[in-house]
Write a protein that binds this ligand. Structure first.
Ligand code: UD1
Length: 430
């Protein structure tokens, strides 16, 4: 078992370099098998565990994966020979279900166990299934556990999504790029990683237009070819360090970002009294004095991202005044507030609403990372709090934050990862 230990209360100062976007990578990796060729993926956050799990699945179905450098891999999918992916492969992460769309697109057949992923409330896949069926696939869900989808031929179709879903938009895109004729996805998700996936598919010879708007048009093509593609910077990783800079009353230059993708986060930080300076591919965030309050409502892009909600709650927990957080995407995304309250925060969460009464200081405490972004919130709280914070269950943090301890140390944090053979003996793990 590993833990992260932080001696907090020190402002972050310096520079932090952002890695490639996890959620773009998780869509692009399965998309590569649509090409029956060789793709090189650059700026890939290779060392996060979600990416490792996706690479394991690729190998399991017969693709060859070669590490070219710290952040680039080659995927040779010429010899992919299976459409079956079992639960021991899929259970680790949500995005494993992108192999349903990708395998359908490649073979017209996919038998993929239900995905895992963070528990944020109910996570239905009805819109994915509706999309596959509209494209001509027959889909059954065996024992509520395995999705079996087959199609003699996929045929383009209009698909109207009843809810704006990132996952359904990705999966339908993957199935549609080689379908015969035109698919029009209406009420599509507009997140930066949807645009990145569309750009990757187009680099392989697909014809996808409109990504980034709520109508995406896909004209099916017969063949896709290999390509070299560099993934966009991670919007949520960048946002996490932006909030960490503000919550510790520090001053950090966050490099390798697309400032446009960070606008909803920057706006809220400015509302809380932070300075946010934008450069071509960097943002500098600083705050002196106590943050001010502000209200947050999570929305699909370009609204405030739900994946930044727990991190932002830490800043608001320290704010002068009372803030309201309204979570409109997930039904159960406030579990982390219990951990923050152990550190002295005063947050009352009820259903999809939380009332955050700011306190002057948080105190270090033993806490748990309930899920990936809850873990990010614990990191920020530990950095801002006076005293020592020990974070358990950090495997959740490892799913999405590349080199997090090194990056924070580089900005002056007193943070380490320790290996604990048992709860009483802590040994340094670097
Ligand atoms: C993705 C992100 C996740 C983020 C979320 C919202 C990845 C790997 N994960 O998750 O980190 O929190 O977007 O930005 O990219 N829904 C349905 N039916 C469906 C699909 C979704 O009702 O078939 C609902 C969900 O319950 C939720 C909403 O739609 O209320 C949005 O979900 P969705 O955008 O699909 O989230 P994910 O793709 O799972």
């Amino acid at each position: 078992m590993e833990k992260i230990i932080i001696n907090g209360g020190k402002p972050l100062h310096g520079e932090i370099e952002i890695s490639g976007a996890k959620n773009a990578a998780l869509a692009i990796i399965p998309a590569a098998i649509l090409s029956q060729d060789v793709c090189v993926i650059e700026n890939l956050p290779v060392s996060i565990s979600d990416v490792s799990y996706m690479m394991k699945i690729l190998k399991h179905i017969g693709a060859k994966v070669k590490l070219l450098s710290k952040n680039s891999i080659e995927i040779d999918s010429r010899h992919v020979d299976s459409y079956i992916i079992s639960n021991d492969m899929t259970k680790h992460l949500r995005a494993s279900y992108y192999f349903i769309g990708a395998l359908l697109g490649r073979y017209g057949r996919a038998k993929v166990a239900m995905p895992g992923g963070c528990y944020l409330g109910t996570r239905p896949i009805d819109q994915h299934i509706k999309g596959f069926e509209l494209l001509g696939a027959t889909v059954s869900v065996e024992d509520n556990a395995i999705v079996d989808a087959r199609a003699d031929e996929l045929i383009g179709s209009p698909v109207y999504l009843d809810v704006v879903s990132v996952g359904a938009t990705v999966n339908i895109l993957l199935a549609a790029v080689k379908a015969r004729g035109l698919t029009v996805i209406e009420n599509a998700a507009k997140e930066p990683h949807i645009v990145d996936l569309a750009n990757f598919l187009n680099s392989m010879g697909a014809d996808v237009r409109g990504a980034g708007t709520d109508v995406i048009k896909v004209r099916g093509v017969e063949h896709l070819h290999g390509c070299t593609y560099s993934i966009i910077p991670d919007q949520i990783e960048a946002g996490t360090y932006m909030v960490a800079a503000a919550a510790t009353q520090g001053d950090v230059l966050i490099k390798n970002v697309i400032p446009k993708h960070l606008e909803s986060i920057s706006t809220k930080l400015i509302e809380c009294g932070a300075n946010v300076e934008e450069f071509d591919d960097a943002v500098r965030v600083s705050l002196s004095g106590r943050p001010g309050k502000c209200n947050i409502k999570t929305m699909p892009h370009p609204g405030f991202p739900t994946d930044m909600q727990p991190q932002m709650a830490v800043l608001l927990a320290l704010a002068d005044g009372t803030s309201i957080i309204s979570e409109s995407i997930w039904t159960n995304r406030f579990r982390y507030t219990e951990q923050l309250n152990r550190m002295g925060a005063n947050i009352k969460a009820d259903g999809q609403l939380a009332v955050v009464q700011g306190v002057e200081q948080l105190k270090g405490a033993p806490v748990r990372a309930d899920d990936l972004r809850a873990g990010a919130a614990m990191l920020i709280a530990g950095l801002a709090a006076k005293g020592t914070t020990e974070i358990e269950d950090i495997l959740h943090i490892d799913r999405g934050y590349e080199d997090v301890v090194q990056k924070l140390r580089g900005a002056g944090a007193d943070i380490k990862r320790v290996f604990c053979p048992d709860a009483n003996t802590l040994t340094s793990a670097g």
